[in-house]
Design a protein around this ligand. Structure first.
Ligand SMILES: [Zn+2]
Ligand SMILES: [Zn+2]
Length: 651
């Protein structure tokens, strides 16, 4: 009698499998018992593929199985990472390949030498100031709140970073690791130096400028470390395999860079909430201007809420003035600079202080607006502004393809003074040169923001060699100039009237951030916002700092018109270099989606930026009250169609 060896059966998710319809395949590992998270090599078709064990202890299947070829000499991934991969595949209807490419570093089988942590080139002293009452209260909410997730809404300069550090210290003392995510642009040497100083030998920096090899080394250090570690990184730092994860922090959680724009198009906040749940960790979301999605969850009691209303060191909030551009007396002929703004710029220049002019360059929607009352034509179905396409004979809804002959007479005020919105921003510099010939100007935008130039520009700004800085979105992020007294927003309407459901939210966030650049020194700052829509909630909330009033007004709008968080959205993009083919494919796809029940199809319509990268782009937007309905749609889609579940914009 010989004892028959029993085989072990496991499910392996292959790192190279491109289909989204399956989570993995069953293999046998012979007599060897493998743990969940073990990285192995398995046969897949005629090739060998790396894979991760996702399920173990399966009964012997009815069908024949192939054996696991090789077990890699690495400790298993933590269970929360393996489970997150499965969740991501299901939640975003994504292939194993796209998910593992997101979660694991490239070249995982390579042997790399693990170096000691490099000391930070900067040495900064962490703050030893006592915590403010608001900071202490926020920490208490995180640690004792009913929910695993806490939203910390704190005005710029309220000392959120200090709160994160105290929370990290608590976790480290318990033997737990922590992950701090910040937007790539905020991941500065100064921030890293602060964390290095407070937590020596514990910091793992992780961001997109690391080489493939550096990323792999950081990943290995996380996986092999027996000590708790602190990841300070950009979006993908979330997936470092730390064994005992106690805390995840997402700072500036409203930033659009937390959404990945390649498959699987995940949002770091959503993925972090799931990761924290799987790991039994706490999640902290920090922002001065959280998205209304988070506001909604907080108001429903599904997040703990802590608010910081005071700037540390009692720096004052800037004063904000709205300039109503509908009023003839503020306008200057042939210029986009109003009289009050010009006067402020002149006075600031004469006082030897600095000014900043903000122009919106988030693409430019070609729309038109009544110069007398601010009216913009919008789609009766989608409640989004209509834009011109090609020639300027038709206004079009780029979501549902509704078309309208542009009105000559304003339906609101009966005047005939429509003007084009968007464009013209390049004229600002020339405008200022003409109006203030003595001022020393500089531009800060994507073109001028490259390495050396940027450092030189910052030096000039701090040395007071520049009087007026003109720039785009980048300005809003982190510029800290003590001599900056005056901020001017040239045209809030170009942001406000973008044909997108999140336009109001983005406008409020940008205006608040831009305004926060003024008055960071001893003098109090002045902010001027030029707009034809002075009563819009995004504008008034910026002025009076009433975040909740804005969030509630915006949520009411979204509920009425069926946008997130009250409806789930799926954005489909059909692209082709041939114009007719793009349109025909979009029509066919639209027809095919008719078989899915309980969803609403909008379109097909040419995308707002309908010709980009040598191709024609069409969109179909699908709305549903339940998210699984959108997954039912995703399952029907051909692979030439770009799929974005939970898109953060409809552009
Ligand atoms: Zn009008
Ligand atoms: Zn429409």
């Amino acid at each position: 009698m010989s004892k028959v060896a029993t085989k072990n059966y496991v499910v392996v998710s292959p790192l190279t499998y491109t289909g989204a319809e399956t989570r993995g395949f069953t293999y046998d590992s012979g007599e060897q018992e493998l743990p969940v998270g073990q990285i192995v090599k398995v046969p897949l078709g005629r090739r060998q593929s790396l894979g991760v064990v996702t399920q173990i202890n399966l009964p012997k299947p009815e069908f024949a199985t192939k054996p696991v070829s090789e077990v890699l000499d690495l400790p298993p991934l933590p269970a929360h990472i393996t489970n997150l991969a499965t969740w991501m595949q299901d939640y975003y209807y994504a292939s194993a390949k796209s998910v593992w490419q997101t979660l694991l570093p490239a070249g995982i089988t390579r042997k790399r030498r693990i170096k000691e942590v490099e000391p930070s080139p900067l040495t900064l002293k962490p703050s030893t100031e006592p915590l403010t009452a608001e900071q202490e209260a926020a920490i208490k909410v995180v640690e004792t709140g009913q929910r695993p997730t806490t939203l910390i809404r704190g005005v710029t300069g309220a000392g959120k970073t200090r709160i994160y550090m105290e929370l990290v210290a608590t976790e480290l003392a318990k033997g737990n690791s922590a992950i701090i995510l910040v937007p790539e642009i905020a991941l500065t040497p100064q921030l890293l130096a602060l964390f290095h100083a407070r937590f020596p030998n514990r910091i793992l920096a992780y961001h997109s400028t690391l080489t493939e090899s550096q990323k792999h080394v950081a990943w290995q250090r996380a996986l092999l470390s027996e000590e708790p570690m602190v990841v300070v990184g950009a979006r993908s730092g979330l997936f470092l395999p730390l064994a005992r994860l106690g805390l995840v922090v997402i700072d500036e959680c409203h930033e659009t860079s937390y959404k990945q724009e390649q498959n699987p198009r995940y949002h770091a906040v959503t993925a972090a909430a799931q990761l924290a749940r799987l790991a039994g960790a706490k999640l902290v979301l920090g922002s001065a201007t959280p998205g209304v999605q988070e506001a909604y969850l907080a108001s429903e009691g599904r997040l703990n809420l802590a608010e910081l209303t005071k700037r540390v060191q009692n720096r004052s909030h800037p004063e904000i003035k709205v300039i109503d551009m509908r009023q003839a007396e503020v306008k200057q002929c042939g210029s986009q600079i109003s009289r009050p703004l010009l006067q402020a710029l002149t006075e600031t220049l004469e006082a030897g202080r600095q000014s900043l002019l903000f122009i919106n360059r988030r693409g430019s929607a070609s729309s038109h607006q009544c110069d007398d009352c601010g009216y913009v034509s919008s789609c009766p179905t989608c409640h989004l502004p209509l834009t011109f396409h090609g020639d300027r004979t038709k206004l079009l809804c780029h979501i549902c393809n509704y078309q309208l002959t542009p009105p000559a007479i304003c339906p609101e005020c009966s005047h005939a003074s429509f003007k084009f919105l968007g464009g013209g921003t390049q004229r600002i510099e020339a405008d200022i040169q003409r109006l203030l010939p003595k001022a020393r100007l500089a531009r800060l935008d994507k073109d001028s923001a490259r390495g050396h130039d940027l450092a030189e520009l910052h030096r000039q700004l701090h040395a007071g060699e520049i009087d007026i800085l003109i720039g785009t979105q980048m300005i809003a992020k982190g510029l800290d100039l003590p001599a900056l007294d005056t901020v001017g927003v040239i045209n809030a309407d170009t942001m406000l009237h973008m044909p997108d459901y999140s336009a109001s939210e983005r406008t409020y966030q940008l205006l608040t951030q831009v305004a926060g650049r003024a008055g960071r020194g001893d003098a109090s700052g002045m902010v001027y916002i030029q707009t034809h829509s002075p009563t819009h909630p995004a504008v008034t909330a910026t002025v009076n700092g009433d975040y909740w009033k804005f969030a509630n007004a915006e949520l009411a709008e979204r509920q009425e018109h069926g946008y997130p968080p009250f409806r789930y959205l799926l954005k489909l993009t059909v692209s082709h270099q041939d114009k007719a083919t793009a349109s025909r494919r979009a029509q066919e796809l639209y027809g095919k989606l008719g078989q899915v029940e309980q969803v609403r199809r909008l379109g097909p319509a040419p995308a707002l930026y309908d010709r980009a990268g040598g191709q024609y782009h069409w969109h179909i937007i699908v709305k549903a009250a339940s998210r699984p309905r959108l997954l039912a749609v995703a399952k029907l889609l051909p692979d030439w169609c770009k799929t974005d579940i939970d898109p953060i914009n409809l552009l």
